[in-house]
Design a protein around this ligand. Structure first.
Ligand SMILES: NC(=O)c1ccc[n+]([C@@H]2O[C@H](COP(=O)([O-])OP(=O)(O)OC[C@H]3O[C@@H](n4cnc5c(N)ncnc54)[C@H](OP(=O)(O)O)[C@@H]3O)[C@@H](O)[C@H]2O)c1
Length: 328
């Protein structure tokens, strides 16, 4: 294989307008490198923001889009000892995921744990990891403790529900569409309620006064304002996304009289600081749940790379029934 189809962009703008499908040359595999054939690559909101030029970190242009994918090692260089042909791996995210194949340094390639489906592997490194770390790193939660989250039907939200269920935490899940309630309950959500102005009243009934120590916020605006009132004194609201494109709002008095904590989380920062061993350990912990059936985030539609513009337009629609992916 000496050529690969990629979805690239050389300027920022509307994702489906700036994306183009092109063929690129693949270099020969060097002694410390591997050739990876990509099987499934995801389109996440942060990928769209990157093409738009609005994400926090932007690669130099031109670039290949996407971060998350799963590929199969197709060839290994003569000096590579710890990867073998046929192994499922994550290609380096910095090289862009929306491609048929990539030649990468073996040291930057992390193998997936065994026993995952292709879909679970393709979506392991971002959303399950984000949910897992946010439920672990900010507040000490014990079995029986409550936490609350908005956009609970999002990829991250679904993972948080499943991780919470496995740990015996009680999840309170806010959604903006009533039809999602049975689906999330079937996934293991303890409580699913509409994200509206009745929230305070509904929470009183759910918790009967028990404290909510953690709120996971990926919406901002009115939703974060409502959630902030749910927090117990000293509780933390961790913001990891801004889907409403509104600033995070919280009740002023809550900061003063309840000392609630406003924190942020970015999984890329975690990966940047983590050693290869820490990444492997996190993925192994996630894989235990995945093998039990967790992290089966629905995929609404799979596109070939050649239909990248349609795929990107689709990924930007709200009220989807699942993620959008490139199937290779
Ligand atoms: N900080 C990190 O490390 C990190 C890691 C992973 C993800 N994220 C961020 O987390 C967010 C969710 O990512 P994902 O992959 O889980 O997304 P996803 O599966 O595509 O789900 C998107 C979610 O956002 C909701 N939504 C869309 N537009 C909205 C709006 N205007 N107001 C309120 N809710 C809206 C959707 O609700 P409907 O279904 O009702 O449209 C859905 O629940 C993104 O902002 C992403 O960048 C951050």
């Amino acid at each position: 294989m000496n050529k690969t189809l990629v979805v690239s962009y050389s300027e920022h703008g509307k994702a489906h307008e700036v994306a183009r499908v092109e063929e690129q040359n693949l270099p020969p595999v060097g002694p410390t490198q591997v050739l990876i054939e990509v099987k499934l690559a995801m389109i996440n909101p942060s990928d769209v923001n990157t093409l738009e030029g609005t994400y926090a970190t932007l690669p130099p242009l031109p670039a290949v889009g996407g971060r998350e994918s799963v590929g199969v090692v197709a060839e290994v260089g003569s000096a590579v000892k710890d990867l073998k042909v046929g192994q499922w791996v994550q290609p380096p995210q910095s090289l862009g995921a929306w491609r048929q194949a990539v030649v990468a340094e073996a040291a930057e390639v992390v193998p997936f744990p065994e026993g995952l489906s292709l879909e679970q592997a393709a979506m392991l490194s971002v959303n399950p990891a984000t949910a897992y770390l946010m439920l672990s790193e900010f507040v000490k939660l014990n079995a029986g403790d409550f936490f609350i989250q908005n956009a609970a039907n999002s990829g991250v939200g679904r993972c948080a529900i499943e991780i919470a269920k496995a740990r015996g935490l009680k999840s309170i899940n806010l959604v903006r569409r009533e039809e999602l309630i049975p689906e999330l309950k079937a996934l293991g959500a303890d409580y699913v309620v509409l994200d509206d102005d009745n929230l305070r009243h509904k929470l009183k009934e759910i918790t009967a006064g028990a404290p909510i120590k953690l709120a996971l916020n990926t919406v901002g605006g009115d939703s974060s304002f409502r959630m902030s009132f749910a927090l117990a004194p000293g509780g933390a609201m961790v913001t990891y996304g801004g889907m409403s494109k509104q600033p995070v709002r919280v009740g002023t008095g809550l900061l003063i009289f309840k000392d609630i904590q406003l924190r942020g989380f970015w999984v890329s920062r975690w990966y940047k600081k983590a050693s290869r061993e820490q990444v492997t350990q996190l993925w192994e912990e996630l894989a235990v749940l995945a093998r039990q059936g967790a992290f089966r985030v629905p995929i609404e539609k799979r596109y070939p790379l050649s239909e990248a513009k349609a795929a990107l337009e689709h990924a930007q629609q709200s009220s989807r029934g699942g993620k959008i992916a490139f199937q290779l």
